[in-house]
Every structure is written in structure tokens, then in C-alpha cells.
Design a protein. Structure first.
Length: 165
């Protein structure tokens, strides 16, 4: 019989999913972001243990592979983490970890915080350092006017306040 029709390599090592891609840049994290990564890792490890406890359940093979892949990803994110403590930074200059209050030309105010990419959630004002908004804000000081290059056109923002919590 042709080897093409046999299943000699049917062991668990063949269930391994390809690793999720890691960002090429440094993995800056806030203390809260690092804690969240550890929490996510603990959750995935608990899920994996529960899946493995099901024994030889064929329906668990794929979820086990997904959990193992996610664990490898989170372990690498934690290993590459570069914690940044905002209390050591200049208090009036926008930097990683800063909470920034800005005002647009119409007088609307909004607060943003520059956080690690694993923490980023723009709908909550949490922006990654590589985002266009963070790039426009980084290095600015209270009173500075910055231009945010939005897809709908540039928006001028005045820095109203900078704080590190």
C-alpha cells in the first residue's frame, strides 16, 4: 500500500497549531498590562487542564491545540515584556503609560492612555504606542498643539493635561 494512504504520523505532536505571530517591536507594558497577561495565561492553563481531564475525547483535540498555542503566545509576550513605570518619567511630557487629556478645535475633550498593544482598546481610550494618535502625542507637552492624521483628514488636538497613575 502506498505510504500516502497510511496514517503513521497521527500522534499528538501533529495536532500542534502554528504559533501566533509576535510583534517585531519591543513589548512595552504597563504594570496593569503585565498583570493582565499573567491573568490570561493562568486562565488558558486552567482551560487546558480541564480539556486534558476529559481524557481521550476526540472533540477536545482541537481545543487543546488552540489552548496550547495561546499559552505559547502568552508566555512569549510575558518573556518579551518591558515594564514601564510612569512615576519615573517627566510628569509634563506625553510618554508610554501617560493619560492625556486633549481638546479638539470644537472644544470637545477626550482622554487617552498610551498602553501596551495587548492592553489597547481604542473604544475605551486605551491606545497602542504604534497607533497614529499615540505617534502624534508622544513627546508633546501640556499646551502643545499636535496633528492627528486620521483617515477622514487631520485633526488638531491641544494637550490639556498629562498624568501618570
Amino acid at each position: 500500500m502506498s505510504k500516502a494512504f497510511t496514517k503513521e504520523d497521527d500522534g499528538p505532536e501533529n495536532d500542534r497549531l502554528a504559533d501566533l505571530p509576535q510583534s517585531a517591536g519591543p513589548n512595552y507594558v504597563t504594570p496593569a498590562g503585565l498583570a493582565a497577561l499573567h491573568d490570561r495565561l493562568a486562565e488558558r492553563r486552567a482551560e487546558l487542564a480541564a480539556l486534558r481531564a476529559r481524557g481521550d475525547d476526540l472533540g477536545a483535540r482541537f481545543p487543546i491545540s488552540v489552548a496550547e498555542r495561546d499559552i505559547r503566545f502568552l508566555e512569549e509576550r510575558i518573556n518579551r515584556a518591558l515594564p514601564v513605570d510612569g512615576s519615573e518619567l517627566a510628569p509634563d511630557t506625553v510618554a508610554f503609560g501617560a493619560e492625556i487629556e486633549v481638546e479638539d478645535d470644537a472644544g470637545r475633550r477626550r482622554a487617552y492612555r498610551i498602553v501596551g498593544e495587548d492592553e489597547a482598546d481604542p473604544s475605551r481610550g486605551l491606545i497602542a504606542p504604534a497607533s497614529p494618535l499615540a505617534a502624534a502625542l508622544l513627546g508633546a507637552k501640556v499646551g502643545d498643539l499636535v496633528e492627528w492624521p486620521k483617515p477622514s483628514g487631520p485633526v488638531d488636538l491641544r494637550i490639556v493635561a498629562v498624568s501618570f497613575s
